[in-house]
Design a protein around this ligand. Structure first.
Ligand SMILES: Cc1ncc(COP(=O)(O)O)c(C=O)c1O
Length: 394
């Protein structure tokens, strides 16, 4: 059997690699604490589960078992539009400016099929969520990586992109609040991005699944708040992270209608939508009390403080992130690279951290800790890291 050549271009999926390492260490009887994957540990709030159960048992809905794409719950895009209006003051037409996704990963993987022909270029932030690049490669395109450097507050420098590359590019991915760097963006930055997209006639795809995972009173803006953004941009958001619904697979893209129609055409030919009961539950999440989101953020904020304070007591000089549920930190001096550090921490501290290199070359020199683990395990993990490092200089 010969695999398609396109698979040879795909870097190994980062979390699968980490998973294999953990399994091996655990099989050897080690108490491994994995801080690798960003998947909320707390359960989905009860009112959302109750709505799923109600909807799946609702004998009055003759379509409850059917394809949720062909028979969508029209109140879901309406709920998204209503949420965008109350949260960001952005008006959306639920019929044309909202598209339901099977998680934002679905949208990210399929956007290039709608806009990238073989040889086309997508501008991809690095370090970044690996699927921006992989989706581009699957469609036969090429990624031009925009490095997110600490001295630029982990924002791409649009002026550093050669104008022939920018003119050729069809798409630009952005992600704020950012995974993995935890950086946040303000409207001024989004304004510059929109101007850049207008100048070079490209589509911005702003992936913003952490917009609600924020701390210390910080509120993350939407790129669509910028005037004219809807003509050049779509924004992806997800129920996964704010409502602890990663396994449910429901998200949405909003913004430029023609772009969503093109993505919708791809999806119509790939999937059959989201189960209707999940769409009803997602409506409940968006329209119900948001206290559950605030409560979760208080938990992450405590965990963030614990991790950052412990690392800082042990020589790091980290700022506390305003958003996401990650900590992004430089590797200690003396390690050849982030993979060597991660591997040493697994071997000597039985702690899994994600090497920054896994998010692309520009992530080299850093590691990521996910805060989606109980406080006592986080505490033990960072203490083990500090103990294993002994007298390394940070
Ligand atoms: C930046 C980013 N985008 C997208 C996703 C995918 O989220 P979803 O569960 O909505 O597919 C993740 C998940 O970790 C992420 O970190």
């Amino acid at each position: 059997m010969l695999r398609a050549q396109r698979l040879d271009k795909i870097p190994p999926y980062l979390f699968a690699e980490i998973g294999r390492k953990i399994a091996k260490a655990r099989a050897e009887g080690k108490d491994v604490i994995s801080l690798g994957i960003g998947d909320p540990d707390q359960p989905t709030p009860d009112h959302i589960i109750d709505e799923l159960v109600r909807a799946i048992r609702d004998g009055a809905d003759p379509n409850r078992h059917r394809y949720g794409g062909d028979l969508p719950v029209k109140e879901f895009p309406e709920a998204v539009a209503q949420w965008y209006q109350s949260r960001f003051g952005v008006d959306l037409d639920p019929g044309t400016e909202v598209l339901t996704l099977i998680g934002s990963k679905d949208g990210i993987a399929h956007v290039p099929w709608a806009f990238i022909d073989p040889g086309d270029v997508a501008l991809v932030p690095q370090p970044g969520y690996p699927v921006y690049n992989v989706g581009t490669l699957f469609a036969g395109g090429e990624s031009y990586f925009m490095p997110l450097l600490e001295q630029n507050e982990f924002k791409p420098d649009f002026d550093a992109i050669p104008s022939d590359v920018a003119d050729k590019a069809k798409l630009m991915w952005l992600c704020y609040p950012n995974n993995p760097t935890t950086a946040v963006a303000d409207l001024e930055f989004f304004r510059k991005a929109v101007e850049f997209a207008q100048k070079h006639d490209l589509l911005i795809c702003h992936d913003s699944p952490y917009s609600e995972n924020t701390f210390d009173g910080y509120r993350s803006p939407s790129l669509l708040q910028v005037e004219g953004a809807k003509e050049v941009a779509i924004e992806l958001n997800s129920l996964s992270k704010p409502y602890n619904m990663t396994g449910w697979r429901i998200a949405y893209a909003v913004g430029k209608a023609e772009a969503l129609a093109a993505l919708g055409l791809v999806k119509e030919n790939c999937d059959s939508g989201v189960l209707r009961a999940i769409q009803y539950a997602a409506i409940k999440a968006l329209t119900g009390s948001q206290e559950c989101v605030e409560a979760m953020n208080r938990v992450y904020q405590r965990r963030r403080d614990l991790v950052v304070d412990t690392l800082n007591r042990n020589g790091w000089r980290l700022q506390k992130p305003k958003a996401t549920f990650y900590v992004w930190a430089p590797i200690p001096e003396g390690y050849a690279d982030s993979a060597a550090f991660a591997s040493d921490m697994l071997d000597r501290a039985n702690v899994v951290v994600t090497p920054g290199r896994g998010y692309g070359e520009a992530g080299e020199g850093y590691f990521r800790i996910s805060l989606t683990y109980p406080e006592d395990r986080l505490q033990e993990a960072v203490q083990r890291i500090a103990a294993a490092l002994g007298n390394y200089t940070r």
